[in-house]
Design a protein around this ligand. Structure first.
Ligand code: PEP
Length: 236
């Protein structure tokens, strides 16, 4: 499977950082990179980033509202992200789950309008350290897949999954390879159960403290079809 290297700028980035999108998209284009490259940016930068990237790399949104329009001040719909030039969006990032109380059902409700808008949705899941310490990591990830990935979408080929164990995000602590392999294998099993054979084609990304010095090793692990990179994607 062609890997996806995705960046997540979170709530960082001003117009000046768009120069990095320009440089990166030119490099990726010239090098004919053997991977798809995507940068998810704050909504305020989306249309300018998409215009600068000019289709050489993908530009994604970081979230959307489940409704197409309405009295939801401050929110953005999937159609709006698409209209601004996004190809993809994140749903259920742990920041959204933590600070906005997003549940699996809310994540699932965003993925369907994203599909209708023509966006691929990267659905983020991952266990807390307490859940891992309690021996529940695989069960938690399985439940998150069951709750946040609509079956139709799994079959439609318009989603990717990002496994981001919470203890790894922004901490510099990457889990042992065996942990990543074990959880990705579990996610693959869940996707095959939900989507049948189509589940084999869904990309499963790893996210959490991916940097230039560990990205190659992580990409070499079984069932790792790409990476979701936060902090390191902000460095030129
Ligand atoms: C993230 O925010 O999704 C993430 C993985 O962050 P970091 O790479 O900084 O751990």
């Amino acid at each position: 499977m062609r890997p996806l290297i995705a960046g997540n700028w979170k709530m960082h980035g001003m117009a000046a950082q768009l120069r990095e999108i320009e440089a990166m998209s030119k490099t990726v284009h010239a090098a004919r990179t053997a991977a798809d490259v995507l940068i998810c940016v704050p909504a305020a930068l989306l249309s300018r980033a998409a215009s600068i990237a000019a289709g050489r790399i993908g530009i994604g949104g970081e979230d959307c509202h489940a409704q197409a329009s309405g009295a939801y001040t401050g929110d953005c719909s999937a159609d709006m992200l698409k209209d601004a030039g996004a190809t993809t969006m994140n749903a259920g990032h742990s920041d959204r789950r933590k600070y906005h109380g997003e549940t699996d059902a809310m994540v699932a409700a965003k993925a369907e309008p994203a599909r209708r808008a023509g966006l691929t949705t990267i659905i983020c899941i991952g266990e807390t350290q307490a859940q891992r310490d309690g021996g529940n990591a695989l069960a938690v990830c399985g439940q998150q897949i069951a709750g946040s990935v609509p079956t139709d979408l799994a079959r439609s080929g318009t989603i990717a999954i990002a496994y981001e164990p919470l203890s790894a995000i922004g901490s510099g602590h990457v889990p042992a390879p065996g942990q990543i392999i074990e959880v990705h294998r579990k996610i693959r099993e869940c996707l095959l159960e939900r989507a049948g054979a189509a589940g084999a084609d869904i990309r499963i990304l790893y996210g959490g403290s991916v940097w230039s010095d560990n990205v190659h090793d992580i990409l070499g692990l079984a069932d790792v079809d790409g990476v979701l990179i936060g902090g390191a994607s902000l460095l030129a």
